[in-house]
Design a binder for this molecule. Structure first.
Ligand code: GDP
Length: 313
């Protein structure tokens, strides 16, 4: 990508999109195109078509999506399916119609079957049943992969897909009903510390395992793939290391400095038992993450403290 290239980052206000913008700015890109959701409803086919005709982006990072943690996915099942299908169909189709040079679509590790062997290799896609709590979201993301593959094979479009593991970092969602586990626990432990509460409720049994990647590492990997990868098969992005929810809860408790007890609420779902990515293809291409979990969580807690008013409305 030339430094003057017209680059559209869809979803620039989210955790992933904002990290991609920081990366592009740091690399000296000058023509980054963005729209807020109130300026452009990505579910609206006609609006997306006229946006692409007017702005003519040359490169697209597709980081716009309806996202959320286990409760949000399980509750707003129709929205997670419909919104994500519309967003990705509209953008990918218009990218084809307006001859975008390259597009990167971002999915999620929940595309893999619930009981797939671990670590998850790219070839395990569609080899078994999905985890039910996030099946609608996963189906939408699998469709996004298939759109990129199909527009590549039928029309020769250079559209690639990347599947990140669980992410965390600045601009995450701290709403306790909708958020993922790390922002939820940062907020819960912080508020319990401030209010001198003796216990904090943590969901599930604590035994599921999750892999976590800092959003800035993800943005770095996306940039790397945009520069160096142009093949049909999507690419896993992660650290290749995972921890139990219990371990990560203890770690956040320590970083925040909460001194009370954890109370495990087993009425809440555990979700999939494990979803560790096999990142050997990405490693073989020459990319590896740089932020370790403890350091990343310390930075994220500092960011939470600096932006608490914004994050907790
Ligand atoms: P998932 O990776 O799609 O399952 O999404 P989450 O990040 O929401 O949840 C990961 C795991 O953390 C699940 O086993 C949850 O039950 C567990 N967990 C523990 N406490 C919390 C919490 O306060 N919020 C969320 N979202 N998950 C929690």
């Amino acid at each position: 990508m030339e430094k003057q290239a017209r680059i559209y980052v869809a979803g620039h206000r989210g955790m992933v999109g904002s990290a991609i913008i920081r990366k592009l700015q740091a690399e000296g890109y000058t023509t980054i195109i963005t729209r807020t959701s109130s300026e452009l409803d990505l579910r609206d086919q006609a609006a997306v078509a006229s946006f692409f005709e007017q702005e003519r982006p040359e490169y697209v990072f597709l980081a716009a999506a309806k996202v959320g943690g286990i409760m949000a996915n399980n509750t707003y099942r129709a929205e997670f399916l419909y919104d994500n299908l519309m967003i990705e169909s509209n953008i990918i189709h218009q990218a084809y119609k307006t001859s975008v040079k390259k597009l990167l679509f971002l999915g999620s590790s929940c595309i893999y079957p619930k009981l797939a062997p671990q670590p998850l290799k790219e070839e395990y896609l569609l080899s078994g049943f999905l985890e039910s709590t996030n099946e609608p979201y996963a189906i939408a993301k699998i469709t996004g992969i298939k759109l990129c593959e199909s527009y590549r094979s039928q029309y020769g479009c250079d559209f690639i897909s990347a599947m990140p593991t669980n992410l965390y970092g600045p601009n995450d969602n701290y709403d306790l009903q909708g958020s993922h586990v790390l922002p939820a626990l940062i907020r819960k432990f912080h508020e319990a510390k401030i209010n001198n509460q003796p216990t904090v409720e943590v969901w599930g049994t604590g035994s599921p395992m999750r892999e976590f990647l800092h959003a800035d590492d993800l943005a770095d990997a996306c940039f790397f793939l945009m520069e160096h990868y142009n093949d049909e098969l999507f690419v896993n992005i992660g650290t290749g290391e995972d921890v139990t929810i219990r371990e990560v809860a203890e770690l956040i408790k320590e970083i925040v400095g909460f001194e009370g007890e954890l109370r495990w609420n087993t009425e809440k779902p555990d979700g999939t038992p494990r979803k560790l990515m096999d990142v050997s293809r990405l490693h073989n291409m020459g990319w590896k993450h740089t932020t370790e979990l403890k350091e990343g969580l310390e930075r994220t807690y500092q960011d939470f403290l600096a932006n608490e008013v914004l994050y907790v409305e």
